[in-house]
Design a protein around this ligand. Structure first.
Ligand code: 5GP
Length: 242
């Protein structure tokens, strides 16, 4: 396969081929979208920040036996990743009520959940990523029962690792979205990214519900200082001495 061919462009990233058919190059864009791309903008420096944060987190997870697609970072906004077939499922883990959980259940934002809530959404823009039941997910054959079991086990373990890690950065992990892929041997691999675009992160030194937001909700809710918040997450992660 020839290298540097664009094979996919999403809202926040572009995927290119490389000389090795099993390796892809991800370019992280500064483009930001929300509400199924109805709101569009740019967060200056976001590509580099998200690529650097994601790389750090993937390495952290790999060190704790979570298989990820991460290989290395040839530049601060580029990540080489193992080629996988992405499952069309957004796996969401929540520790504190926010966002669609509040809208759909009436729970008050900030309510601490009695247990980590693992949810699945259908990654399908034209259907607006609807929440799936386990049976719908199996009916649509988006994953096998065994894969779903493994996804859940990984999701809970990733949550445990990340809660602890972000706590050490004085950041509360409210919720996050992850995606998985299958490699050529059908092994389940954590893919996509883990960054302030895909997590809700609250600054533990702030109590004000707007001031504490360090993630894409600043862009979604027009809270301002989006770049500064992303930069602060990066700085706290890089200053972290595990
Ligand atoms: P909610 O369902 O409350 O909108 O989102 C739950 C969590 O998943 C939040 O951390 C949010 O950022 C993340 N999330 C949900 N959908 C998407 C998506 O399509 N893209 C990204 N990057 N994150 C998402």
């Amino acid at each position: 396969m020839s290298s540097n061919q664009k094979i996919y462009e999403g809202k926040a990233k572009i995927l290119y081929t490389t000389d090795d058919p099993e390796i892809l190059l991800t370019y992280f864009k500064d483009d930001a979208t929300a509400f199924n791309a109805q709101k569009k903008g740019t967060i200056t420096g976001k590509g580099k920040i998200n690529c650097t944060i994601s790389s750090y987190i993937f390495k952290l997870l790999e060190a704790q036996s979570i298989p990820t697609h991460f290989i290395d970072c040839p530049a601060s906004d580029k990540m080489r990743v193992q080629r996988v077939t992405i499952l069309p499922i957004e796996v969401i883990v929540r520790n504190i009520a926010a966002g669609s959980l509040c809208r759909q259940t009436g729970l008050t934002e900030g309510t601490i959940l009695k247990f980590p809530l693992v949810e699945y959404c259908y990654k399908n823009d034209s259907l607006q990523d609807p929440l799936l039941t386990r049976d719908r997910l199996l009916l649509l054959e988006l994953a096998t029962p065994e894969q779903l079991e493994q996804i859940r086990t990984f999701a809970v373990k990733i949550n445990d690792i990340l809660i602890n890690f972000f706590n050490q950065c004085q950041i509360t992990l409210v919720d996050f979205k992850i995606e998985f892929g299958l490699d050529k041997h059908k092994n389940l691999i954590l893919a996509d990214e883990i960054s302030p675009d895909s997590c809700r992160l609250w600054d533990q030194s702030q109590t004000d519900p707007n001031q504490r937001v360090m993630d894409k909700d600043r862009f979604r809710r027009d809270l301002g200082n989006v770049e500064t918040a992303y930069q602060q997450v990066l700085e706290r992660i890089l200053a972290h001495k595990g």
